[in-house]
Structures are given as structure tokens and as C-alpha cells.
Design a protein around this ligand. Structure first.
Ligand code: C2E
Ligand code: MG
Ligand code: MG
Ligand code: MG
Length: 281
């Protein structure tokens, strides 16, 4: 408080804090404009199995700014979450994902088990906006919910666990599946992991990076893979960047791999031509 610093008047004005607040408000209003101008688009990054078949794609949001260029989600997702704009961004990602699936289904380029991974923010569980937001769009497109896997983080399984799990069960009853993103970085108890309504673990990139740094690096990854297999979960590696990492993960019998080594996230049109090219090679 101001008193602590020896003043008799209360300091309500903190220039640094005010500046931060101004920036946030500015960003918030820029996001609102960008939504109206349709500047948010989903990119798609493939997930391949050990034989090189495409099993899924992760939808990753990008802000295509007319002046600043492509803006990373690390910059705007937190503000979108705090300001309640995340549902609208989520809808636009889901819309793009549905368009992609429809296009692929119509051109018969789609394996039955192909699905799109959608990142879900923890705050969408708090506001209970998740179910209606997702189901209305997917139903409107007439796409089977089994075409989606929803990526959540471990924190959702910890805070208000019973409440969040009830919301997950509701979506699972519709046919949606769940994947735990950045697995290993949170604090979910391994003793409880089998009780969570999830279908897949996604090993965080930080563990994939260390896979060749001695025995410990590979021990963690191989332990997570065996754990997943023993529990009947799929297991995906994220951030695979080298041929050596892909080779080791194949030897460990991973379900799927995603990373710059296989392909970068791409706009939908580019992803479709990439698929065609893969099929022809
Ligand atoms: P994430 O879900 O863990 O996504 C993985 C991130 O790693 C993506 O960053 C992806 O582009 C990047 N990546 C993929 N392969 C490699 C690789 O080989 N090396 C390296 N260094 N990076 C790789 P991106 O697209 O910038 O997304 C960052 C985060 O923003 C995501 O992390 C996710 O938490 C969040 N995000 C992205 N799209 C959405 C969305 O539609 N909704 C929500 N709520 N969050 C999103
Ligand atoms: Mg993700
Ligand atoms: Mg991840
Ligand atoms: Mg991550």
C-alpha cells in the first residue's frame, strides 16, 4: 500500500500497472476488430503413425494481421481467455476444422479414423460454454463428433475435478474424444490417470527434446508410452524435430508423432495439397 512507502495519501495510480492495463485493453479491442475482419484462421499440423500414415491433424490458431503479419497464439490466447473472447476464437477454429473435414470427405481423401485435434482452454470449463459451443457447430455441419479429439491440459483434471469430469463425460457421450496436451508438465497423479475420461496422452516437447540426453531422457518417454499402452490410451509425441527422435519413438512403439520433422502447421489449402502429395509418394 501507499502507506508502507511513507506517504500519507493513497496511491491509486501506478504508471507501470496503468500501462500494462492499457496494453491489455488495446489488445482486447484489437482482437474484437480482428474477429469481425475474420483475421483468425486455423492452421493444421499432421500427426503420423510409425508407418507414415496420416492419422490426425492438430488445429492451431493464427492471427493473420494486415500489418504485423502472423501473430502467435502465445501472445493473444491469454488475453482472449481473460476477456471472455476465447469462445469466439474457438468457434472460428472449429468452423475451419469442419470446413476442412467436409472438403476432405467430399473429395474422398479421408480415412475413417482421421480426426482433428482442437485445443480447449481451461476457462471454457469454468464458464460451462464448452458443450454448447462445440456441439452446435459440429451438428450444424453434420460431422460425426468422432472426427474430433479435444486437447485439454492436466490442470482441468485437478481443479474442480468432479465438475470438469462431468462436462467431459457429456461430450464423450456425444462421441468426442479427449487428449491430455503437454503431458508430464502438470501435476496429474499417475495413480488416478486411469480414472480420467481421456483417450490419449500427448507427451510434451520438453521430454522429446531430451530423448537422446542419456538414459534419463529416454526413460521418461518410454515409461509414458508403456503407461499409455497399459491403460489402453493412444500416445502422441509433440515437437518431433529430428530423424533420430522419430526413429527412437518408432522403436518405442508410439501411436503417433507430430513435429517440424514431419511437417509444419499449414493453412487448410496447403494441408490438402500436402495430403495429396503424401498419397502420391
Ligand atoms: P500446443 O497445443 O502444445 O501446440 C504445440 C505447439 O508447438 C504449436 O505452437 C506448434 O506450432 C508447435 N510445434 C509443433 N511442432 C513443433 C516442433 O517440431 N518444434 C517446435 N519448436 N514447435 C512445434 P503454436 O501453434 O504457436 O501454439 C501455441 C499454443 O497456443 C498451443 O500449444 C496451444 O496451447 C495454444 N493454442 C493454439 N491454438 C489454439 C486454439 O485454437 N485454442 C486454444 N485454446 N489454444 C490454442
Ligand atoms: Mg495442443
Ligand atoms: Mg502440446
Ligand atoms: Mg505445448
Amino acid at each position: 500500500s501507499a502507506k508502507k512507502f511513507g506517504g500519507h495519501r493513497f496511491a491509486f495510480y501506478d504508471p507501470a500497472l496503468q500501462h500494462e492495463l492499457d496494453l491489455r485493453l488495446q489488445l482486447e479491442s484489437d482482437i474484437i476488430t480482428a474477429i469481425k475482419e475474420k483475421q483468425f484462421v486455423a492452421y493444421f499440423q499432421p500427426q503420423l503413425d510409425c508407418q507414415g500414415n496420416i492419422i490426425a491433424a492438430e488445429a492451431l490458431i493464427r492471427w493473420i494481421h494486415p500489418i504485423k503479419g502472423i501473430i502467435s497464439p502465445y501472445y493473444f490466447i491469454p488475453v482472449a481467455e481473460q476477456s471472455g473472447l476465447i469462445d469466439q476464437l474457438q468457434s472460428s477454429v472449429l468452423f475451419d476444422a469442419c470446413m476442412l473435414i467436409k472438403t476432405l470427405e467430399q473429395t474422398q481423401q479421408l480415412h475413417d479414423s482421421f480426426c482433428v485435434a482442437i485445443n480447449i482452454s481451461a476457462c471454457q470449463f469454468i464458464t460451462h460454454s464448452l458443450y454448447n459451443n462445440i456441439v452446435s457447430i459440429v451438428d450444424a455441419f453434420g460431422i460425426s463428433p468422432t472426427r474430433f479429439k479435444l486437447e485439454i491440459t492436466e490442470s482441468i483434471l485437478l481443479d474442480d475435478m468432479a465438475e470438469n469430469i462431468a462436462q467431459m463425460q457429456q461430450l464423450k457421450a456425444k462421441g468426442f474424444r479427449f487428449s491430455i496436451d503437454d503431458f508430464g508438465t502438470g501435476y496429474s497423479s499417475l495413480a488416478y490417470i486411469h480414472t480420467y475420461p481421456v483417450d490419449e496422452l500427448k507427451i510434451d516437447k520438453s521430454f522429446i527434446d531430451k530423448i537422446h540426453e542419456g538414459n534419463r531422457g529416454s526413460a521418461i518417454v518410454s515409461t509414458i508410452i508403456s503407461l499409455a499402452h497399459n491403460l489402453g490410451f493412444n500416445v502422441i509425441a509433440e515437437g518431433v524435430e529430428t530423424a533420430e527422435q522419430a526413429k527412437t519413438l518408432t522403436q518405442l512403439n508410439i501411436t503417433g508423432m507430430q513435429g517440424y520433422y514431419m511437417a509444419y502447421p499449414m493453412p487448410a489449402a496447403e494441408f490438402i495439397s500436402w495430403l495429396k502429395q503424401q498419397r502420391n509418394s
